[in-house]
Design a protein around this ligand. Structure first.
Ligand code: 5GP
Ligand code: MN
Length: 344
C-alpha cells in the first residue's frame, strides 16, 4: 500500500497545537499509537497533547511520556473539551467512528482543526475527516503508523531514525493487538517486529511489563470464570462467560484485568466462537467481547446483535439489558446468525 504523506506533512508544517485522541477503554494499540505518535511529533518540535476518553490499564502506564501527562476525559471533561476546541490538528488513532471517543464526538465535529484518522478497523467514517489512513491488512494501528512514519522525510525508511520510546510504543500496540503474535499477523507484522528489535526495542522487557504483570486475584478470577462460569453451546461451537459486578468486587477487579480472558475458550478444539460479557461498573450496560477462529466472522455478529463492530475475528459491543437476560439473548443471536454471515 503506497502511503502518501504529502498532506500530513503540510498539516504538520502549520500545526501550532496537535491533539491525539484514542478510544474509550483504551487497549495496548490505542495507548501505543497515541504515545508513539506523540514521541515522533515531540522530536519534530510539534506541540501535542494526548487525550484518552477513559483510563488505561496500569500495565500500560509506562508508555505515558515523562514529558506529557495523558489527559483522561472522564476525569477532566472540561479540559478535554478545551484542548479539542483549541487544537489546529486533531489526530484520532485506533478508532473507526467518532462515537468510540464516547464523550468527544460533538466537540471533534465542531472543531475547526484539520482532522486526521489513522485506523485499521472496517467501516471507518471517511467523511468526518480531512485525511484518512486506513487498511485492514495490518495487525494494528501501530503497524499502520509505523508504515506512515517510515514514509516521513525525516525517517526516510530507516527504522533507526524512529525515536526509541516511539518504537517501544509501536511494538506494544502490535504485540497486544495480535495477542502476542498469534492472530491478525501479516508478513509485514513480523518484518516490523524484527526491525524494531534491531532498532533497540527490548522485546522481553516489554513482554514482561505488559503481559506478566497480573495480581493473584486476577489469576484466581480467571480460574473462577473458566471453572464455574464458562458455558459451552455445542450446537453453535461456541462458549461464553459472564462477569458480574459482584464477582469483580470479590476478586478486587482493576481495569484491564479481564484482558485476554475471551481468548481462552478458543483453545478448546471444538470451539469456534467465544464471548465474554462484562457488567459495566455503573450497571448501565454489559460490555461484549467476541472472538473467533479464522474461518468464522464475528464482526457481523457484533454489528447485528451487539451494537458494536470491530474485526473479523475480534469484535466488541454493548448490550443494554440485565445480566440475567444475556444467556438467552446470546443463544437467540447465534440461532439467527446465518451461515452466510458467519462464513463471509
Ligand atoms: P475487545 O473485545 O478487546 O474489547 O474489542 C475487540 C475489538 O472489537 C476492538 O479492537 C474494537 O475493534 C472492537 N470493539 C470493541 N468494542 C466495540 C464497540 O463498542 N463498538 C465497536 N464499533 N467496536 C468495538
Ligand atoms: Mn487496534
Amino acid at each position: 500500500m503506497p502511503i502518501d504523506i504529502e498532506q500530513l506533512e503540510s498539516f504538520l508544517a502549520h500545526t501550532r497545537q496537535a491533539v491525539l485522541v484514542g478510544h474509550f477503554n483504551p487497549d495496548g494499540d490505542a495507548v501505543g499509537s497515541v504515545t508513539a505518535f506523540w514521541h515522533y511529533l515531540n522530536r519534530r518540535g510539534v506541540p501535542a497533547r494526548i487525550i484518552l476518553p477513559s483510563p488505561h490499564p496500569d500495565n500500560l502506564a509506562f508508555l505515558e511520556p515523562e514529558e506529557e501527562k495523558i489527559l483522561i476525559c472522564e476525569q477532566n471533561p472540561e479540559e478535554a473539551r478545551r484542548l479539542v476546541a483549541e487544537a489546529d490538528l486533531l489526530v484520532c488513532l485506533d478508532l473507526n467512528r467518532l462515537s468510540r471517543t464516547e464523550y468527544l464526538e460533538e466537540d471533534i465535529l465542531a472543531s475547526r482543526a484539520q482532522k486526521v484518522l489513522i485506523d485499521h478497523h472496517i467501516a471507518v467514517e471517511l467523511d468526518r475527516f480531512d485525511l484518512v489512513y486506513t487498511t485492514v491488512d495490518v495487525s494494528s494501528t501501530c503497524e499502520l503508523l509505523y508504515k506512515i512514519l517510515l514514509a516521513m522525510p525525516d525517517i526516510a525508511g530507516d527504522p533507526e531514525r524512529i525515536p526509541l520510546r516511539c518504537a517501544e510504543s509501536l511494538y506494544v500496540g502490535m504485540m497486544t493487538d495480535t495477542n502476542n503474535f498469534s492472530n491478525s499477523v501479516f508478513p509485514g507484522t513480523f518484518e516490523m517486529a524484527s526491525k524494531l528489535i534491531a532498532r533497540g526495542v527490548d522485546k522481553d522487557g516489554l513482554q514482561e511489563k505488559v503481559l506478566s504483570c497480573f495480581t493473584v486475584s486476577r489469576t484466581r478470577l480467571m480460574g473462577h470464570l473458566l471453572k464455574d462460569k464458562m458455558v459451552i453451546l455445542p450446537q453453535h461451537a461456541a462458549a461464553y462467560m459472564l462477569l458480574t459486578n459482584e464477582e469483580k468486587g470479590q476478586y478486587d477487579f482493576k481495569p484491564g484485568d479481564s484482558e485476554g480472558f475471551v481468548n481462552l475458550p478458543l483453545a478448546i478444539e471444538a470451539i469456534q466462537i467465544s464471548a465474554l460479557f462484562t457488567e459495566n461498573f455503573d450497571g448501565k450496560y454489559v460490555r461484549v467481547s467476541l472472538r473467533s477462529k479464522n474461518a468464522v466472522n464475528v464482526n457481523k455478529l457484533a454489528v447485528r446483535f451487539f451494537n458494536g463492530g470491530g474485526h473479523r475475528n475480534a469484535s466488541g459491543g454493548r448490550l443494554y439489558m440485565p445480566v440475567e437476560a444475556i444467556p438467552a439473548y446470546f443463544e437467540q443471536a447465534l440461532d439467527a446468525y446465518t451461515d452466510e454471515e458467519k462464513f463471509s
